[in-house]
Design a protein around this ligand. Structure first.
Ligand SMILES: C[S@@+](CC[C@H](N)C(=O)[O-])C[C@H]1O[C@@H](n2cnc3c(N)ncnc32)[C@H](O)[C@@H]1O
Length: 309
């Protein structure tokens, strides 16, 4: 049978005209079409099969459900047939009822999509969300960074250094633990990060050239230094003029076990002490704020301190 005859045959039935008119607005599943038209499921499926066969309708699978819509690529004769079918459907007695039911079904679909988010409103940051992670947010934020030269002091195995190396020109990760440096370097090599270099050294006198980096990072490292003020003076030295320092550390706490559990030298820092040491080291535009607070005891709080050379 020719394509034209197939289309004419497909549109010779009032129920199929109703279906075409309903699919004009949005794609619909068989269940939704059933609810709108009050017709049986097998009847609807048969009609959809004929319309699809004639090239008037397309389908898309989503899990166990199939959605149908008008052939969006239809042009020429098929496009004209769809227009004609829509005009014919408007003359049918069921048309206005179908349109009212369609509105109701689409409104409910929209509500269902919002139910979940309405339930979790106010708790968004504390519950699991597929694909949402701080690591992913980190990658997103990195995209807005210019290609800097970075020194990550007390870098550990390079969790942060590795992230930075994906975007920065060069990252020098300094740590005084021989084992950690060997592990971090091997991991960076395995991950193909040629611009990430691990160096063993003390963050109070880091093995990094004077005036050579754009950014110094001290992430949960300063409270391990014997003399934090010295560490900040050294950080200032290795920065290029205009370079930035970013410190993440703990706000002063009274959890004494931190020494024995985590090897901490200092129980975090008061914002005022950190500010004074940074100023004495020569930093300008100093900004210090608390950026995170843990819900579980001992309720550690995280300070973010930044300044410019
Ligand atoms: C809590 S970890 C932080 C690691 C990393 N910066 C992070 O945020 O994931 C502290 C790291 O500082 C290193 N460290 C401690 N004292 C140091 C010092 N005086 N000089 C250099 N690194 C030091 C430790 O070996 C350890 O890897």
């Amino acid at each position: 049978m020719s394509a034209t005859l197939k289309s004419l045959r497909a549109l010779s039935d009032p129920t199929r005209l109703r279906i075409v008119a309903l699919l004009e607005r949005d794609e619909l599943s068989v269940n939704e079409l059933q609810e709108i038209t009050r017709l049986g499921q097998s009847r609807i499926s048969t009609h959809l099969g004929l319309l699809q066969d004639a090239g008037l309708v397309q389908s898309r699978r989503e899990g166990k459900r199939t959605f149908y819509k008008l052939n969006s690529q239809a042009n020429g004769a098929v496009g004209e047939f769809i227009q004609l079918a829509n005009r014919g459907a408007k003359e049918l007695p069921e048309h206005s009822g179908d349109q009212i039911n369609l509105k109701r079904v689409l409104a409910r679909r929209k509500e269902q999509a919002q139910v979940y988010f309405n339930q979790i409103a106010g708790r968004f940051d504390r519950i699991y969300g597929p694909g949402r992670s701080w690591q992913a947010f980190g990658h997103l934020l990195l995209r807005v960074l210019p290609p800097l030269v970075v020194a990550d002091l007390g870098a550990g195995e390079g969790l942060l250094s590795e992230l930075l190396a994906r975007r920065c020109k060069r990252v020098i990760a300094v740590d005084n633990s021989e084992k950690i440096v060997a592990f971090g370097a091997a991991k960076a090599k395995k991950n193909g990060l040629k611009n990430l270099e691990f160096r063993q050294g003390d963050l109070q006198n880091p093995p990094v050239d004077v005036d050579s980096v754009d950014l110094v990072i001290l992430s949960q490292a300063l409270h391990h230094a014997e003399n934090p003020a010295d560490a900040l003076r050294s950080a200032h030295k290795i920065l290029k003029p205009g370079g930035q320092i970013m410190i993440l550390d703990l706000l002063k706490h009274n959890f004494e076990k931190a020494h024995e559990l985590y090897g901490d030298r200092w129980p975090g820092f008061a914002e005022s002490d950190l500010h004074r040491w940074m100023e004495e080291a020569g930093f300008k535009k100093i900004e210090i704020s608390i950026v995170a607070a843990e819900e579980q005891p001992p309720h550690f709080q995280t300070i973010l301190a930044g300044g410019e050379k």
